[in-house]
Design a protein around this ligand. Structure first.
Ligand code: GMT
Length: 379
């Protein structure tokens, strides 16, 4: 198939899923065209089946708000027509699904029907989408998509709850490439971070409010009182400087390292003992899955789709949002006993294997075929 993928090219989960999916589809012989405003962060190698089409937005002085959505729609028309795409797969509803709808209408004037699959990732529904600034557009463009997928049952349920959706939504969970994400021998790195054999806790995110990064610091401060340990904070975003201040206030600054955005996240996960994800809302929790694939158990909130990934008492623990004390106690329970920690690590990996890319890729391929087949006579 010739597949167009539209996504945010950043380190965010939806962009990562879109890019990894595109790479895997290209490996499987499909021709994949990324259409976005920057080279996606993880699209970092050459393949004869991978193409990147940049969307550039005119910065005419009249525009206080350059119309990215229109530039994207025009680019989509262009790429679909001249690359003869079979299907467009847009990740994150805003503004990708509505731009795809506009492109679809324009393409009809050329006698081309391009089927559009929209994948809902989380905040496009639970935060931004619900906002009445966008709600009518989000509802409309989900209903006008030829196929809609959500990354968890919880997100599917929320979408039906918050919007008037007439379309079927298929759940296709996030996946993990176990060839890349696995436990690697990085003892020298471990020694550098924890020279006295301290336990290593880790959090990775974009440091947005929804991640409750300050809870991470508070949980760590409690753990460190009982267990010699270090904390790695990976990523960057709006909450970072408040977190750094909180580390100083709680006296854990010397045991916490802020590593900023990192590409080789699997190497850092490989030296870690426990992953902390106290999010306010999380449709799936891809970062937690990446950790589990590297044998790192997870202490998380029970928000959104996290219970569909993290199995309470098996791969880690789930606590109510904001239950810093409970999360710290659960972390200590896992870390204080070497045998128990080893069991949780094994369980985390076993669970991650259920989300193996090799299992999820054919689900997407079959779904594309189904959508193409059902829209065949629509032009
Ligand atoms: O978590 C973020 O802030 C990034 C966000 C995104 O849209 O890029 O991630 C969402 O999509 C990921 C991939 O499907 C999910 O694993 C994350 O759980 C989801 N984030 C939220 O729901 C907050």
């Amino acid at each position: 198939m010739k597949i167009g993928i539209v996504c945010y090219p950043t380190f965010g989960g939806s962009g990562v899923v879109a890019t990894e999916l595109g790479k895997a589809l290209a490996d499987n012989g499909h021709q994949v065209h990324f259409i976005t405003y920057n080279q996606p962060a993880r699209l970092d190698f050459f393949s004869e089946n991978l193409f990147y089409h940049e969307v550039s937005v005119s910065k005419y002085p009249l525009f206080d708000y350059p119309p990215y959505e229109l530039a994207l729609a025009s680019r989509l028309v262009d790429v679909v027509r001249f690359e003869k795409l079979d299907i467009l797969h847009v990740h994150y509803a805003i503004p990708h699904a509505s731009a795809a709808f506009m492109a679809k209408q324009i393409l009809l004037t050329y006698g081309i029907y391009i089927p559009v699959v929209t994948t809902l990732h989380g905040t496009d529904i639970t935060l931004v989408g619900k906002d009445r600034t966008y709600k009518p557009v989000v509802t409309f463009s989900i209903n006008k998509s030829d196929g809609v997928t959500a990354v968890s049952e919880n997100l599917r349920k929320d979408t039906y709850e918050f919007f008037d959706i007439e379309n079927d939504i298929k759940v296709i969970p996030n996946f993990i490439d176990l060839k890349r994400f696995n436990l690697q021998a990085k003892d020298h790195f471990k020694k550098a971070i924890a020279p006295e054999g301290e336990k290593i806790l880790i959090h990775t995110s974009n440091f947005r409010k929804v991640k409750r990064t300050e809870d991470v610091i508070k949980i760590f401060a409690k753990i460190r009182k009982k267990i010699p340990s270090k904390l790695l904070m990976v990523g960057d975003g709006g909450e970072r400087s408040d977190c750094e201040q909180l580390c100083r206030d709680l006296g854990v600054g010397d045991d916490t390292r802020f590593l900023g955005k990192q590409d080789a996240i699997e190497e850092i996960l490989s030296v870690s003992d426990l992953f902390l994800m106290p999010s306010q809302s999380e449709s799936f929790g891809l970062a937690a899955l990446e950790a589990m694939a590297c044998k790192v158990p997870v202490i998380s909130s029970n928000a959104g789709g996290l219970p569909e990934l993290n199995v309470d008492g098996v791969t880690g623990f789930l606590k109510d949002v904001g239950d810093v004390k409970g999360m710290a106690e659960s972390a200590i329970y896992i870390l204080e006993d070497a045998e128990r920690l080893a069991t949780f690590k094994e369980n985390a990996l076993a669970r991650a294997k259920e989300f193996d890319l090799a299992k999820i890729l054919p689900v997407y391929e079959n779904y594309y075929r189904e959508v193409i087949e059902k829209t065949k006579t629509s032009a």
